[in-house]
Every structure is written in C-alpha cells, then in structure tokens.
Design a protein around this ligand. Structure first.
Ligand code: FE
Ligand code: FE
Ligand code: ZN
Length: 274
C-alpha cells in the first residue's frame, strides 16, 4: 500500500495532525517545525507527541516528515541569517527526539553569489555543528529547482554535501518531483534514466521520501511553482509511474500541491488508486 500524506498545519497539535491525515485517507504527513519567519516556538507537549506515537502505531503510519522553515539558509552571506539557521536546526533536531526515528527535511540553501563550492562547504559545516551521535532522526536534503542561487538542484551537489558530513549515516535525500523536473531531470519522459543517475551519484539507499507535486512550468524551468497532481507539465501518467515504480513505491510520499484539505483527500485517493 502507498504511504502517502500531505502538508498539515502544526498549530492544531501533533495528535490532531495524525487524525487529520487519517481523515484524508493518508498514513503519514508533513508539517513545518515553526513559522517561516522564525521566532519562539511553543514548548512541546509530551502528552500530545506520545498520543501521536500511539496513533501512528495503531494505524500503520510510515515515518512522518518535519520540514524546516524555508527561510533557513545555512549558506547565506549574512552572519545573522546563518546564526538563525544554526539555532533553528539545533533546536528542531532536539525537539524531533520527542518523535523519535522520524525525518527532518530542509532546503540546502542559496549561496547568494558566493559560489556553489562555498555553499556546499557552509551547508556541511552547519550539519556538522547540529547533528550528533545519539540523535535518531534522519536529516533529509531536499532536491531543489535551481531557482536563483539554490544549491542542490544537481544530484552531484547533494552528494558533495553528504561527502563532507560527519554523520552521513543519518543523512538522506527527499526527492521533490516538481523541483527535479524544474532542475532538468525528465521524470516524465525518462524516469528510469533519472533514477539510474540518482543511484550512480547519490545511491538509491539515500532516497528516503518523495514530495509529490506537479509543475506549472516545463522541464528545466528553475521556477519552483507547484501544480495540482495531473494538472501540470509532469502529468498524471508520470505520477502513476512514480508511485508504482518498484524502487519508489514503498517510500513515504508527501503532497505539497496548491490545495485545501478536500483537494488533498482527492489526490490521496487518486494516487492510492494506482
Ligand atoms: Fe521544501
Ligand atoms: Fe518540496
Ligand atoms: Zn517547491
């Protein structure tokens, strides 16, 4: 059975997100760890996280995915922004231990003109400061669309970050279908080739999650505009191939399509019907 869910709002609490995921027909979900502007986050309510853990066990949930704020940029040229990235990720990774053995996804960052090499170096440095031996969370680097100076739109860049990380055994990759298509990888016309290339460069064992989004723009656009499943340039047939592919079909999938909850429920049902 397909492991699928969508992005939900953490403001209703953890157990409620689990209930919501079930109502939508899913068995996992993604949430932002905090509001994108940063600032103080609520103390974790241990009763709430424990209730979610029980709900997940009773309902065959796959791993859930926490998403770092998209304003987090480990390779900013601005020191205060880099500090925010450090403080946020350090705090997030400690909070994640209330929900052990799940996953934490982040956008590697934008090098803002400092160069990809420098960007990769700074991203790895941050990971080496915030990751630690005892943590149970798997940290995922998200494949990016290559908008502006984003690092991580090429598999080689993600590989280079992983190679420089001290705790690379706890690192994986989240493949965003809209982003890779935007980055020029033709998952519509030649999924097999893309997966082969991913395997050669990064290794398929690192692939831990999928973001399922169609794209408002054609292959290689570097724009990062998500579209509803089947309504964009990737198209329904490609999503059918993706969720039924032998090496992808057991991965947890997360929708980040422009939808309200009822739209998510329809997409979840559609993808499960494959
Ligand atoms: Fe993302
Ligand atoms: Fe994404
Ligand atoms: Zn995106």
């Amino acid at each position: 059975m397909l492991n699928i869910g969508c992005h939900l709002s953490v403001s209703n609490g953890f157990e409620n997100m689990g209930k919501q995921a079930l109502e939508l027909g899913g068995n996992t979900f993604q949430f932002f760890t905090r509001n994108p502007r940063g600032g103080k986050t609520k103390e974790i309510d241990k009763n709430d996280t424990e209730a979610l853990i029980i709900l997940m066990k009773n309902n065959n949930f796959s791993k859930i995915l926490a998403h770092a704020p998209y304003t987090l940029n480990p390779c900013s040229a601005n020191e205060r922004t880099r500090e925010f990235a450090f403080e946020t990720m350090e705090d997030d990774l400690h909070r994640m231990e209330y929900l052990p053995y799940n996953m934490y996804n982040f956008h590697p960052g934008s090098h803002v003109g400092q160069g990809v090499e420098k960007g990769i170096e700074m991203i790895a440095q941050l990971l080496n400061k915030v990751m630690y031996e005892e943590m149970t969370t798997t940290v995922l680097l998200e494949t990016m669309a290559g908008k502006g100076s984003e690092v991580g739109s090429k598999f080689e860049e993600l590989r280079a970050i992983i190679d420089r990380a001290d705790f690379s055994d706890k690192l994986g990759v989240c493949l965003d279908t809209c982003h890779v298509f935007d980055g020029g990888y033709d998952i519509r016309g030649n999924l097999e080739n893309v997966l082969e290339h991913f395997d050669k460069v990064i290794g398929l064992k690192r692939l831990k999650a999928l973001h399922l989004n169609d794209s408002k723009n054609p292959l290689g656009s570097h724009k990062d505009r998500h579209e509803k499943i089947g309504e964009g340039y990737i198209g329904l047939e490609a999503f059918k191939n993706i969720v039924t592919h032998p090496v992808l079909k057991d991965l947890p999938c997360f929708l980040e399509t422009p939808n309200e909850l009822d739209g998510y429920a329809r997409e979840i049902a559609l993808l499960k019907s494959f």
